[in-house]
Design a protein around this ligand. Structure first.
Ligand code: SF4
Ligand code: SF4
Length: 202
């Protein structure tokens, strides 16, 4: 009896090669698994980079585009320096996340919210305010969650304050964060960058 085999859908891999930053590097992967094993976030990821590349090759568009893994990468570079084929793992992971966001898919809401708060801080003041950013981020889940989260983090906050690693604030914007000199010039650059890559601030 002849067994029928189902051919992989090649359309998604072609889409990735064409639209995702360094997407064509997926072709170089030999599935050795070094990236997945050495990733410090492997326990938090469902698939990890190696399996994500397999899913791309297999045409599993939804699994890849909805995977929180593509927004969990912290750019630690462990995989990139160890990959025997020089695959630009980080660029592809971030590229996939940006590509998903551009199409209105949010694979991991927490990362998208943090990215927005981070971007707003840079855009408005030219710096990342260590007190303002976590305060605003924690409030993205609502005031009650924000309050509980703040209470939970109280000990860490006290330690950071006592070692002058964080400035005291009564709340977001109280007092307002200082702006860097030349903030107007920075905003112009960021506006230009955003116009070239819409959606990348998320
Ligand atoms: S380390 Fe490189 S070659 Fe090995 S699975 Fe990861 S991307 Fe592929
Ligand atoms: S750069 Fe990203 S994918 Fe690579 S090891 Fe670090 S967290 Fe994992």
């Amino acid at each position: 009896m002849v067994m029928a085999t189902k051919a992989y859908d090649k359309s998604f891999r072609e889409e990735v090669y064409k639209n995702v930053d360094s997407g064509e590097d997926v072709k170089l992967c030999m599935q050795c698994g070094v990236c997945g094993i050495t990733c410090p976030l492997r326990d938090k990821m469902t698939h990890g980079p190696r399996q994500i590349w397999s899913l791309i090759r297999a045409g599993k568009r939804d699994e890849v585009m909805d995977s929180p893994d593509i927004m969990l990468c912290t750019s630690c570079y462990t995989c990139k320096v160890r990959c025997p084929r020089g695959v630009k793992v980080i660029d592809i992971m971030h590229g996939l996340a940006h590509y998903a966001l551009e199409q209105g898919i949010v694979p991991r809401a927490e990362t998208a919210k943090f990215g927005k708060v981070f971007w707003d801080s840079i855009y408005k003041t030219g710096r990342v305010d260590e007190t303002e950013v976590p305060m605003r981020y924690t409030l993205t889940a609502g005031p009650i969650h924000g309050l509980f989260n703040t209470l939970e983090m109280m000990d860490i906050g006290r330690a950071l304050l006592s070692h002058k690693r964080m400035k005291f604030k009564l709340g977001p914007g109280i007092p307002p964060s200082k702006k860097i000199k030349g903030i107007k010039g920075l905003k112009k650059m960021l506006d230009k960058a955003q116009a070239m890559s819409p959606g990348k601030e998320g």
